[in-house]
Design a protein around this ligand. Structure first.
Ligand code: NAP
Length: 330
């Protein structure tokens, strides 16, 4: 294990390259708005805070930041947590990449949260869309309307938000090596990305991109750590369900744990932050109970060997975007 101290339920923060730190375990909050009952996210965040979660992964585009914010405000007001205990990651959506739109967009999230800063703000995807409030802009033929922005200029606008105290740490998401290098090699770079949030789990271990990020002190936040849901409208369901994997299930039985807990434990032992989403009280609790067992080196190796190098979240509908990130080797 690469921790100086083993992470515990109470303290599982790891350092970032800007002097801040991030809890290894967080709650994902994305759920398809059309099929998610109102207040499901609000209730989940409140339950999670009671269970012990302090890190929450959200985005303006998820359409439920108001619910996340309301849950935070109530748990702060009732004295369960203070603002400083909470770690919130928000995301800059594709239609707000032009530098002059970055700060006002972050401020929209701050207003929904009723916070004067958030802990982490990341560029959600390297692919810019036509700027404006239409989330998925399309032309009269139903084709997505893209936009060309300079990722480095967007990054400079994030740096300015950090300097203004609106966000503690800044990072990126779904960036491949080339796109990370573009930022890292930018003349006059003020802050390196603190994190790269990418799909990562035992079937998609991201070994090369992890090596590259380690070299530059960039922490990986692994999304879809349980292999996401099985919604074929946006998930590649040709890949078998991660949680049904026989090897992971054998290990789970050994430790009297579930396959989900083993999949999450594997990631935190690699120093990868996990943000499993659940709005179910039992599973929210289950996913947090990963600090009382440890996989052996041999078991870690067996899980590494499950890598299929395939993504559940392919975003194929944007494959013709010039910055589509997933065609590069890594
Ligand atoms: P995930 O966390 O791997 O899986 C979520 C699915 O697993 C849900 O259907 C959930 O259902 C179920 N689940 C949760 N705990 C379980 C357990 N213990 N046993 C069995 N099933 C369980 O997938 P994800 O939502 O795709 O990823 C997590 C978070 O990452 C998102 O919520 C979002 O915050 C972030 N994300 C970011 C990006 C990006 O582009 N940056 C992309 C995707 C996701 P229930 O709710 O019913 O429990």
């Amino acid at each position: 294990m690469s921790f100086e101290r083993s992470p515990t339920a109470e303290n599982h923060r790891i350092p970032l390259n800007d002097g801040n730190n991030i809890p290894l375990m967080g709650l994902g909050t994305f759920s398809m708005p059309k099929i998610t009952p109102k207040n499901a996210c609000y209730n989940a965040v409140k339950i999670a805070i009671d269970v012990g979660y302090r890190h929450f992964d959200g985005a303006w585009v998820y359409g439920n930041e108001d619910e996340v914010g309301r849950a935070f405000q109530e748990k702060i007001a009732d004295g369960t947590v203070s603002r400083d205990d909470i770690y919130y990651c928000g995301k800059l959506w594709n239609t707000y990449h032009p530098p002059e739109m970055v700060r006002p967009t972050l401020e929209k999230s701050l207003k929904l949260m009723k916070f004067d800063y958030i802990d982490l703000y990341i560029i959600e995807l390297p692919m810019a869309f036509k700027p404006g409030d239409v989330i998925y802009p399309k032309d009269e033929n139903g084709k997505f309307v893209y936009h060309l922005t300079d990722l480095c200029a967007t990054w400079e606008a994030l740096e300015a938000c950090k300097d203004a105290g609106l966000v503690k740490s800044i990072g990126v998401s779904n960036f491949n090596r080339r796109q990370l290098e573009q930022i890292l090699n930018k003349p006059g770079l003020k802050y390196k990305p603190a994190v790269n949030q990418i799909e990562c789990h035992p079937y998609f271990t991201q070994i090369k991109l992890k090596e590259f990020c380690d070299l530059h002190g960039i922490v990986i936040v692994g999304y879809s750590p349980l292999g996401t849901c099985r919604d074929s409208t946006w998930v590649n369901v040709k890949i078998p369900s991660l949680l049904d994997d026989p090897i992971i299930n054998t290990m789970a039985a050994k430790y009297k744990k579930t396959s989900a807990q083993v999949a999450l434990r594997y990631q935190i032992q690699r120093n990868i932050v996990v943000i499993p989403k659940s709005f179910n009280p039992g599973r929210i609790k289950e996913n947090f109970e990963i600090f009382d067992f440890c996989l052996t080196d041999e078991e870690m190796k067996r899980i590494y060997a499950l890598n299929k190098n395939e993504r559940y979240v392919e975003l194929l509908m944007w494959r013709d975007h010039p910055e589509y990130p997933f065609d590069d080797e890594y």
